[in-house]
Ligand binder design. Structure first.
Ligand SMILES: O=C([O-])CC(=O)C(=O)O
Ligand SMILES: [Mg+2]
Length: 537
């Protein structure tokens, strides 16, 4: 009697349906024999290179970047190796499609292009089931979580469940730049409703149709999420992304001493801005501690930048008060002043003494405007995190350029529609003297892309390989300093094509800082490189 091989049909279909195992036409003849794939695939056996070529052609034939974004998302949900190999084959072309700026529209139109689930949606109605949901054995390998509640997606405001596009995009970059295996990363959307009425009224909206849960209920929900995560994965790295300012700061303060966690919009943005600023001041021949820094935007990102800049200037020898005195923060109502109502703890650190502006001639009594502060203090650095397009106008730039040979101007707000200025205008208005960096890519030669992607993959990688129990400001300063030494001949920052090397260099610095701070065994570059996954079959 011959022994019958059990039918493989169901297993074969499951293999092709799972993006982590599917290889499509790249399954070899031997694999097709063994796995029962004959007939489910066309006869041709492709190489990965041919598959990349095929998808690249299909991608380029699409009418616009939004369709390319949707196409790449679908590819990611079909075949993760091929998706990553395609992205990594041309980072300068692919990053703006899977990430900033196109991901903004991807979040706004998330429900329209909904295809297949990815990651986890933890919604308020399911608040009693979080631990059960996390218990899924398919999630055993998870090392990094990026979580959002969708309330402040880039500069686009409340996108509800559509905010899931951000954790997905950020984690695609963890794999592309820092070599995390796709099974080691987990995007999570905390769905506590949305205050975006247009979304709630949209019959296609996939999120929970309810106004946002706020206050103690919100805090309790997030607490049960973090506790469940920490129980499930004691060594997890948890990255917070695109929470509204007040929650962003409060959650970071609450959890930063409980697990390895950081807020990318506060700390990642700060390290990116600080690193690029270090690179820019080196170019002008001055020191960071010689700068007068004007921040347009005093929310979570703006004060995060201010906090790290103070740390960096203290490392240069300034006392804390001296360092803080070199920073002026302006919010939507003007210069942030001591004694003002409703200041956040972070804003209080940078609030200016009312005596200072007593001598200024203001158009209206009260708070000094951005232009008035610029006229009075002659800043050498202008950084925008306001989310308000047009804030850096010609008059402001001319004013600053009059008092400074090489003004450094970083309009960081994302996506492009919310950026404070077009970089080409900044260059023109300053007579070509401004050193310019933007948060989103504009494709203007000589303009740095001062985006967190230069920092967060390396910080996460370094913290993980070092086994850091916390992610500290000291680790972010180390990341910023590493980035600050990476300028290339044609820019303040290395080109996007080098992001994998950047992540490794940042990770080496972060791991060293973590090892020193927590008395951990030292980690060498080889250990970091060995931990990285490459997108091949
Ligand atoms: O996603 C980006 O490009 C940078 C970022 O974190 C944000 O703008 O919220
Ligand atoms: Mg963000």
């Amino acid at each position: 009697m011959t022994v019958q091989t059990p039918p493989l049909h169901a297993a074969a279909r499951a293999l092709l349906a799972d993006p982590l195992t599917n290889r499509g036409t790249a399954f070899t003849e031997a694999e097709r024999d063994r796995l029962g794939l004959h007939g489910l695939l066309p006869p041709h056996v492709s190489t990965l290179a041919t598959q990349i070529d095929r998808r690249r052609r299909a991608l380029e034939a699409l009418p616009d970047d939004f369709h390319r974004y949707a196409f790449l998302r679908e590819l990611q949900d079909t075949n993760e190796v091929l998706f990553q190999a395609l992205v990594q084959s041309d980072l300068p072309r692919m990053l703006p499609l899977v990430y900033t700026p196109t991901v903004g529209e991807g979040c706004q139109r998330f429900s329209d292009i909904w295809r297949r689930p990815r990651g986890l949606f933890l919604s308020w109605p399911n608040r009693g089931r979080i631990a059960d949901i996390l218990a899924d054995p398919a999630l055993d390998r998870v090392k990094v979580i990026v979580v959002s509640d969708g309330e402040r997606i880039l500069g686009l405001g409340d996108q509800g469940a559509g905010g899931m596009g951000i954790p997905i995009g950020k984690l695609a970059l963890y794999t592309a730049c820092a070599g995390l295996h796709p099974a080691e990363v987990l995007p999570i959307l905390l769905d506590v409703g949305t205050d975006n009425a247009a979304l709630r009224d949209d019959p296609l909206y996939v999120g929970w149709r309810h106004s946002r849960v706020r206050g103690p209920d919100y805090d309790a929900f997030v607490e049960s999420f973090v506790s469940a995560v920490a129980d499930r994965w004691p060594r997890i790295l948890l990255q917070w992304e695109d929470f509204a300012g007040e929650n962003a700061q409060a959650l970071l303060a609450r959890y930063r001493d409980r697990l390895a966690t950081f807020n990318d919009d506060i700390q990642g943005t700060a390290a990116t801005a600080t690193g690029t600023l270090l690179s820019a001041v080196a170019r002008t021949g001055a020191a960071l501690s010689d700068q007068r820094i004007l921040l347009c935007g005093a929310g979570a990102a703006g004060t995060g930048i201010a906090t790290l800049l103070v740390r960096a200037m203290m490392a240069d020898g300034l006392r804390p008060a001296e360092a803080r005195a070199r920073i002026w923060a302006v919010d939507r109502d003007g210069l942030v002043m001591a004694g003002q109502n409703g200041l956040s703890p972070a804003q209080r650190d940078f609030a200016r003494d009312p005596a200072e502006i007593a001598a200024w001639s203001l158009a209206a009594p009260g708070r000094a405007t951005l232009h008035e502060v610029a006229a009075a203090v002659a800043p050498t650095v202008l950084i925008g995190t306001s989310g308000r397009p047009g804030m850096f106008d010609r008059r402001l730039v001319e004013l600053i350029a009059d008092g400074c040979a090489r003004p450094i101007i970083f309009p960081l707000s994302n996506p492009i529609s919310h950026c404070e200025a077009h970089p080409a205008d900044l260059i023109a208005w300053s007579g070509g003297r401004a050193i310019v960096g933007t948060g989103s890519p504009f494709g203007v030669p000589g303009v740095a892309q001062v985006n967190n992607v230069y920092i967060f993959p390396g910080v996460g990688l370094g913290a993980l390989v070092a086994g850091a129990p916390r992610v500290t400001d000291g680790m972010f300063l180390a990341a910023a300093r590493a980035l600050g030494t990476m300028s290339s001949d044609d820019g303040l920052l290395p080109p996007v094509s080098d992001l994998r090397r950047v992540a490794v260099d940042v990770a080496v610095a972060v791991a060293a800082a973590a090892a020193a701070e927590f008395a951990l065994p030292p980690v060498d570059r080889q250990a970091i490189l060995r931990s990285m996954w490459t997108a091949v079959y």
